[in-house]
Design a protein around this ligand. Structure first.
Ligand code: FES
Ligand code: FE
Length: 424
């Protein structure tokens, strides 16, 4: 690490040293500890709805295949032939009856087992095909279709890692569907920027930036609808940021949505499709839970280290180097709702995050400027102190702050520092 600062010296309760965004040695430790030995979000099981469906993903920088096998089991397998390490899966997504290695032709079933070895007569009788299946990730588990994996067999159980508060947030997201099922089948937006991965993580739960960075988008929305979404993120807003434990954070904007001044994607008040949708929620969950879901939804959820949910999509963060990041955004459709609801969710997502959208491009510009500013090291510290004396502790173990506070930054870096210094 530059200047030879130890990880423990790079984070204080109210500030972060610029090395954490720039130092290649720190980045390598992040890949090793946070992204390889930790639980990592892989994808949603509806992405691989049919037997043989697959997606290429990574754990840290290691290539894996996220797939559903012929028996319907969701698996995460290393994308590495057990002969001499060629990648056996080449397309980003598709459906396969089997994976045949292009080098010498070893063929693997969708459950990973080795089915065919060409010219096997040159191996002796002890050669056991069953010992050479594609290697699985050490741990795979899921909650409400959200699939996580780890290369570390000793990682704590996923339920413990997420904790009840995060699982409850995922339940609220999944239950926006009146049949409790999400469909991640509407394509992907891909983003790549010249900046550290943590810059986008910080931003995903950062209410403070929205008014200055997204001013033109908010003005555009106000001109069309008469409502200013920026009111959610002023210091007068009743919306909160909550730390749910283990560095996982969420927005709680229910006080605003329940008050009717804002609505979540797809939920357009006054339209027939919306009435049908709300009725379906009430029939499935009862009035009280339906009200809770409608008020709560549209939240931002961050699960340490690589999962984000914002509005109507989830995102996969994928660090490339200390100063380069890829992010994939997947719009989420609701099963069991009028098509119009899902169409509106998609249009709303595109309006902010699409290539011609008015919001995400502003954020990306900010990340790259942030990385430029970080190279000035006369005073290498970034402040994360906003609202530090105004945090509220709750009986459920969570901590909350006002939506423009930097509570989530402090929670993230406390967890980052703990794992980076102690390991997993
Ligand atoms: Fe795959 Fe040889 S490397 S068959
Ligand atoms: Fe933003």
């Amino acid at each position: 690490m530059s200047e030879k600062l130890q990880v423990t010296e790079l984070v204080a309760t109210d500030r972060v040293h610029g090395d954490v965004y720039q130092d290649p040695a720190i980045f390598e430790r992040e890949i090793d500890v946070l992204f390889s030995r930790n639980w990592i979000f892989i994808g949603h099981d509806s992405e691989v709805a049919e037997p043989g469906d697959y997606r290429q993903r990574v754990i840290g920088r290691q290539p894996v295949i996220f797939l559903r096998d012929d028996a319907g089991v969701v698996r995460v397998l290393m994308n590495r032939c057990t002969h001499r390490a060629n990648a056996v899966c080449h397309l980003e997504r598709g459906n396969a009856k089997a994976f045949t290695c292009p080098y010498h032709g070893w063929r693997f079933k969708t459950d990973g087992s080795l089915a065919v070895v060409p010219f096997p007569d040159r191996y002796d009788a002890d050669f056991d095909k069953s010992a050479f299946g594609l290697r699985p990730a050490a741990r795979v588990d899921s909650h409400r279709g959200f699939v996580f994996a780890s290369l570390n067999a000793d990682v704590p159980p996923l339920s413990e890692y997420l904790g009840p508060l995060v699982m409850s947030e995922l339940d609220d997201i999944a239950d926006l569907s009146p049949v409790g099922e999400l469909m991640v089948n509407a394509g992907v937006h891909k983003v790549r920027f010249a900046g550290n991965w943590k810059l986008m993580i910080e931003n995903a739960i950062d209410g403070y930036h929205a008014v200055p960075v997204h001013r033109s988008y908010f003005e555009n929305v106000q001109a069309r609808t008469g409502k200013n979404p920026g009111l959610l993120t002023t210091s007068a807003s009743p919306a909160r940021i909550r730390h749910l434990g283990n560095g996982h954070c969420a927005w709680d904007s229910s006080a605003i949505i329940a008050g009717g001044t804002r609505s979540f994607p797809g939920n357009q008040p006054g339209q027939e499709a919306t009435r049908v949708y709300h009725q379906a929620l009430v029939e499935r969950y009862g009035q009280e839970r339906a009200d809770h879901l409608l008020a709560k939804s549209g939240t931002h959820l961050y699960i340490f280290p690589n999962f984000g949910y914002v509005g109507a999509h989830f995102r996969l963060f994928q660090p490339v180097s200390a100063k380069e990041t890829r992010v994939h955004l997947f719009p989420i459709m609701l099963k069991g709702v009028p098509q119009e609801i899902n169409t509106r969710r998609l249009r709303n997502h595109e309006a902010f995050y699409g290539p011609a959208g008015g919001g995400q491009s502003d954020d990306i510009e900010i990340f790259e400027r942030n990385q430029i500013g970080l190279s000035a090291t006369v005073d290498p510290w970034s402040l994360i102190s906003r609202g530090i004396h105004l945090e509220t502790q709750h009986d459920d173990g969570s901590t909350s702050g006002q939506i423009t506070d930097e509570l989530s930054n402090r929670a993230f870096f406390a967890r980052w520092q703990q794992l980076m210094s102690e390991g997993i």
